[in-house]
Design a binder for this molecule. Structure first.
Ligand SMILES: Nc1nc2c(ncn2[C@@H]2O[C@H](COP(=O)(O)OP(=O)(O)O)[C@@H](O)[C@H]2O)c(=O)[nH]1
Ligand SMILES: [Mg+2]
Length: 327
């Protein structure tokens, strides 16, 4: 299983679909004579429109059955209700093309001239239907573009979300503990990206999620989609690591950074652990940093693995063992 929007087929534009249907219909018509040709043209055009539209609709995952993390993320990006509405319109048009075919088929039985006249009328009506859903097709194509590159975060695998103000060392941490061979997926979403790295321990794969633009600023600075994406992350997170920079070199005073930590602690129901980074550059009073679970220096490679261990312990993940049927 990968992310649910990865393999959606391309969505045709109205004009493309009409051209395709009518040119195939013309070809089908040329293979026959008299009223048979007109019947064959109508059948071909209606079927192509109907099947293509239905295929677009059925390729989309059922939103009611999506994992809440993916549902929330998708909804933050494209508005699930609107997308559902657009897909409904495509279903409507698909059915309508078939209805028109049924309506006109009996009228194509008579003489050739009449058959041509009615076949043309049927084509005009089918074209109207497809033109009517032009905006819906464009919206579905746009949603596909936006969702196909969503990061592949497996909701069933343990996940560490890394939070903290910009430049405190979040990416440095993820890069330091995850294998470089694991290419990082990123998704540009408003000002936001979601990076995922992986680390395996005791045969369990942990996901580390770094969310620049989401959990690196106070909640009041997030727009609606960003807030919604944070809600989606709550479904995925099994623990949150908040990185603080006590040197202030990141550009944010410590009390501001701590306020973000407090907010995240309030918001997430999973363990939220705080770690001070850049301790190689800190020459203040360490007593003042006792509100954290630990400290590290990524640059000096000090305590980095320990911080990862601490997060893994906090998750305390129990893999679901396969049921032994011989017992
Ligand atoms: N001195 C020092 N610099 C660090 C440490 N960790 C990260 N940095 C630097 O801090 C800057 C921001 O790090 P980055 O990982 O991009 O922060 P992010 O914005 O939170 O992802 C980079 O120039 C890093 O090299 C550390 O332990 N010590
Ligand atoms: Mg970063």
């Amino acid at each position: 299983m990968s992310q649910p929007f990865e393999n959606l087929p391309t969505t045709p534009r109205s004009e493309e679909l009409i051209d395709k249907a009518f040119s195939r219909a013309a070809r089908a018509g040329r293979a026959k004579d008299g009223t048979d040709a007109q019947q064959s043209m109508l059948l071909t055009a209606a079927n192509i429109i109907s099947d293509n539209l239905q295929n677009v609709v059925t390729a989309w995952p059922d939103f009611d059955r999506l994992d809440p993390f993916y549902y929330g993320l998708a909804d933050a990006i494209v508005d699930a209700d609107e997308l559902r509405q657009h897909l409904n319109e495509l279903s409507w048009a698909s059915q309508k093309a078939t209805d028109i075919r049924y309506e006109y088929e009996p009228r194509l039985q008579g003489d050739r001239e009449t058959a041509i006249k009615f076949r043309k009328q049927a084509f005009a009506r089918i074209a109207d239907v497809v033109e009517e859903i032009e905006d819906d097709l464009l919206a579905v194509a746009d949603a596909r573009e936006k969702l196909r590159d969503l990061p592949d975060i497996r909701p069933d695998q343990p996940t560490i979300v890394v939070a903290g103000y910009p430049n405190v060392g979040k990416s440095s941490f993820v890069n330091a503990v995850t294998r470089a061979s694991n290419a990082e997926a990123s998704y540009p979403f408003t000002t936001t990206q979601i990076h995922v790295g992986h680390v395996e321990q005791n045969h369990i794969r942990y996901q580390l999620v770094d969310t620049p633009g989401l959990l690196d600023r106070p909640p009041e600075d997030r727009n609606d989609s960003e807030s919604q994406a944070v809600s989606a992350l709550e479904h995925a997170a099994d623990a949150v690591l908040v990185v603080l920079d006590p040197t202030g070199e990141c550009g944010y005073p410590l009390d501001v950074q701590r306020a973000l930590r407090d907010d995240i602690e309030q918001r997430f129901d999973v363990p939220v652990l705080t770690v001070y980074n850049k301790m190689d550059r800190f020459d203040g009073d360490r007593e003042g940093l006792s509100d954290a679970s630990g400290w590290m220096s990524i640059v000096d490679g000090e305590h980095v693995e320990e911080v990862l261990e601490m997060m893994i312990d906090a998750i305390d993940y129990e893999p679901e063992l396969p049921i032994d049927e011989n017992r």
